[in-house]
Design a protein around this ligand. Structure first.
Ligand SMILES: [Zn+2]
Length: 847
């Protein structure tokens, strides 16, 4: 809930009501600020970030989710973590993370309806628990359920014709709790409802469990639950990560959705008063089968609203406002445009009703520290009641609408498999559905993914698609499509497939939606097709012999010719390989975006080629400057720290406070500044030490904080101009400079974009915004006074480099090359900036 004031205005749910039919006399108290907000100065690092090796070990253990070889119940004995008296849940009277496993172990013994399992670990190494509640099944019964699920997905036309299928199938329902760690009560409500279901003698419950499977992700973010933090231990907002899946918790949720294939899901959040229940305002994601989605989602939304209001809490007595539904009650600002949120990702795996639910009474932030414990517990008790009411309403909805929900899921997959065009939803399909709600896309016949820029990048994209349950094939022979020839081995994503919506939402360029709405909730642009470094073409015809692939083919190679070897840095894998060589002490030289490895290090080159899948070329003669390991001091956001470490750099986090306490610069080659460091706030000693570093070190900056640092420290002659604060998306760029820009993709990513004017003679333009656009997809309007728009950025410098008077090598980014670890194809720009800054300035002092 840390919203910079500039963003606040853009993040309000605007209570205009062109299509509102609110019967509610009590206006929801504005601002209904979505707790999703995440500005330029975004992620702070959580206190307990474990060492990288530990984190990687945790990720490597991510198992599959649901076995189909055993029946239910399964009665797994969950390991109980050590008691942690510092768990932030305790103050609220809620269950701490260490208390969950004992509760679930007990519930599994109280009858034959509850099964619990560990489905992975958080970044911080804590267990993630999935609970399945259903009537007992034999192993054969479980196998039959899986056969039906598989048929619905993979042979939907036949599934649609099979009238008996829906009668035999248990509708899967997914309840996701506590994805934001300091929005606690979804977990407690889930445990309460599980207990009710486990022990109920009500025949309606028996009937429910005979016809459904209820899946509960008890806490999606145990690190945050324990720490009282929104983010996980790596400092990531997990409810922004679904297109990227950089975090283990998100990969676990993704696997639940793939394996369970829920028809309905709810994601339990806080805190918005009155309780906020989706469906959303426009813009609506263009890749959903929205006619089906809005009918089912609105119906369940109304049911949850009635259940929540039916609890009887009032404004006067309890401070609880009536529930609100953004689709009905607001004009814009709470949209389902980007598939970065759980309920906006789940529909691609067949959820036809999916909701964020924001329970009402705030217990986090300043309330957590300032309100009396008694008041906090009063609020948490009400919040738990509200979340439980939403869960009960949802399972009742699925029980009552069982056959139709399954039929609608089948229809989603059937349209995809048949390659039907994007459907235009009829106006009035539900009350209030107007022209402002209609969004469409055009599906190509297929996408072709090639390694024309980087084979490693193509392989990464293919593996990501497969992990998302998108079907990918590989061409046996060269083929032609839309006038181009593609080599044998090119990857093909046939858009006639059940999950074509997911394939398209990742691979398409996206759309510039600036003309249609003013307020967006979070990002409006992303694109694996444009930002991940692979060659991706949508084609209108497909005639090719191709075989399904389970994983991308290996991409590493070392030429047989003797002599030195070159490694061009075009992909993150190249960076990893190079950093590995540098860590081994290999004598590497650096020039023009490529490293040259001497013939004597051929064995080491071969090893990293195999390890990372990178391709070396004949190296010629080494002409660059010696390169050694780059040691970075970084005042950066959590996603940038994560990305720099993921690339294999040695990173020490710093800040104004760290430098003011006395920082030893002798182990630093490059300072990275994008967050939490102000030159003017440094004390004289810290400033003197930094100035001394700047005579021999390099500096990379990004964003407002970085630009202010450049100006205050007197580095490059350049004026940073800010675009509108909430502008974001994919932009067209022109790369010109040799140190950073050369060989970069034709697109970049911006959030609160900046450009540089008034450049001094020492400054080189590495990359500029294209003269047309420059926004390809996303949202970028000018400010109210007409400044800061796309047109102002046209042709302007987006990334610049230079040597300042003292000798420091400096690179200024006006773009966001590491945003939430998403734009993988841009990471090499940062690495090249670091290698250049380190080699040209560091060389002198390193001798
Ligand atoms: Zn939340």
């Amino acid at each position: 809930m840390r919203l910079p004031p500039a963003l606040l205005a853009a993040l309000l749910v605007i209570p205009l009501v062109p299509h509102a039919v609110s019967a509610d006399p009590v206006a929801p108290p504005a601002p209904a600020v979505r707790d999703f907000g995440n500005g330029p100065e975004r992620n702070e690092v959580a206190a307990d970030v474990p060492e990288r090796a530990e984190a990687l070990a945790a990720q490597a253990e991510q198992p599959g989710t649901l076995s189909h070889d055993r029946g239910y119940p399964r009665r797994t004995r969950l390991p109980v973590p050590p008691e942690n008296p510092a768990d932030a849940s305790i103050k609220l009277g809620l269950v701490p993370h260490h208390g969950i496993a004992p509760r679930l172990n007990d519930l599994q013994q109280r009858g034959d309806r509850v099964s619990a399992q560990v489905i992975g670990r958080s970044y911080g190494g804590r267990d993630l628990y999935l609970v399945t509640v259903t009537a007992p099944e034999s192993a054969a019964g479980t196998r039959e359920q899986e056969r039906i699920r598989e048929r619905i997905e993979n042979d939907p036309a036949a599934a649609a014709r099979d009238r008996k299928l829906v009668k035999r199938y248990k509708a899967p329902v997914f309840v996701n709790a506590n994805i934001h760690g300091n929005e606690w009560e979804g977990t407690d409500a889930a445990l309460r409802v599980i207990e009710e279901l486990a022990t109920s003698k009500d025949p309606k419950v028996a009937d429910l469990l005979a016809r459904t499977r209820l899946y509960f992700n008890i806490t999606a973010n145990p690190d945050g639950r324990v720490n009282g933090a929104r983010q996980n231990g790596a400092g990531f907002d997990l409810n922004r990560d679904f297109v990227t899946a950089s975090q283990p918790e998100v990969r676990a949720m993704r696997q639940i959705m793939i394996d369970a294939q829920p028809v309905t899901m709810i994601d339990l959040h806080g805190y918005v008063n009155g309780t906020l229940i989706e469906p959303t305002t426009p813009p609506h994601g263009a890749n959903y089968e929205y006619d089906l989605f809005i009918q089912d989602t609105y119906a369940n939304g109304l049911g949850m609203e009635a259940a929540v209001n039916g609890l009887g809490y009032t404004v006067e007595k309890d401070g609880v406002y009536p529930a609100q539904i953004p689709f009905r009650d607001s004009a814009e600002g709470w949209d389902d445009w980007p598939p970065i949120f759980t309920p906006q990702y789940a529909p691609f795996h067949g959820a036809v009703a999916a909701h964020t639910v924001e329970i009402p009474l705030r217990v986090n932030g300043s309330d957590y520290t300032q309100q009396p414990v008694e008041e906090l517990r009063r609020r948490s008790a009400i919040n738990t009641d509200v979340a439980a009411a939403a869960i009960r309403a949802t399972y009742a909805f699925v029980r009552d609408r069982h056959d139709r929900l399954i039929a609608d899921q089948i229809e989603v997959f059937r349209r995809g498999a048949a390659g039907e065009p994007s459907k235009t939803v009829p106006l009035g399909i539900v009350p209030g559905f107007g022209p402002e709600d209609v969004y469409n896309t055009t599906f190509p016949r297929a996408y072709v993914v090639t390694g024309r820029r980087s084979e490693a990048a193509a392989a990464r994209l293919v593996d990501h698609l497969i992990a998302n349950d998108v079907r990918v094939e590989r061409a046996r022979h060269a083929f032609r499509a839309d006038g181009r020839t593609y080599p044998a081995g090119s990857y093909v994503v046939d858009m006639r497939q059940p999950k074509r919506g997911l394939a398209n939402v990742m691979l398409e360029a996206g759309a510039d939606i600036s003309p249609r709405v003013d307020a967006m909730y979070d990002i409006s642009g992303w694109s694996h097709g444009l930002l991940w470094g692979a060659g991706v073409d949508g084609v209108t015809s497909l005639r090719v012999q191709a075989d399904p692939v389970k994983a991308a083919a290996p991409t590493g190679s070392v030429p047989r010719t003797p002599g030195a070897l070159a490694l061009k840095v075009t992909d993150a894998k190249d960076v990893l390989a190079l950093n590995d060589l540098l860590a081994q002490g290999t004598a590497v030289t650096w020039a023009d975006g490529a490293a040259v490895v001497p013939a004597s290090a051929r064995a080491a080159a071969r090893a990293v080629s195999e390890r990372y899948g990178v391709a070396f070329t004949p190296g010629g003669t080494a002409s660059g400057v010696p390169l050694s390991q780059v040691r970075i001091a970084a005042a950066a956001s959590a996603d940038e720290l994560f990305t720099l470490r993921e690339l294999g750099f040695a990173v020490t986090p710093v800040s104004t406070a760290v430098l003011n306490a006395g920082y030893d610069w002798s182990g630093t080659d490059v300072l990275f500044v994008s967050s939490g460091l102000s030159y003017t706030a440094l004390n004289p000693a810290a400033r003197a030490a930094l100035d001394a570093f700047l005579t021999a070190g390099g500096v990379i900056t990004r964003g407002a904080t970085g630009a202010a640092f450049n100006a205050a420290a007197g580095l490059l002659t350049a004026t940073a101009v800010a675009g509108r604060g909430d502008a974001n998306g994919v932009v067209r760029v022109l790369s010109t400079g040799g140190h950073v820009g050369g060989g970069s993709p034709d697109h970049s990513f911006v959030y609160s974009p900046r450009w540089f004017t008034g450049l001094g003679p020492e400054v080189t333009v590495e990359q500029s915004y294209a003269a047309e656009g420059p926004l390809v997809s996303g949202h970028w309007r000018p400010n109210a006074d007409g400044t800061g728009g796309q047109d102002a950025a046209r042709g302007q410098a987006a990334v610049v480099s230079g040597r300042d008077e003292r000798g420091a090598a400096v690179v200024l980014f006006g773009t966001e090359p590491m945003f939430r670890n998403h734009p993988k194809g841009l990471f090499p720009q940062v690495a090249k900036a670091l290698y250049w800054a380190s080699s040209v300035t560091g060389a002198a002092v390193k001798g």
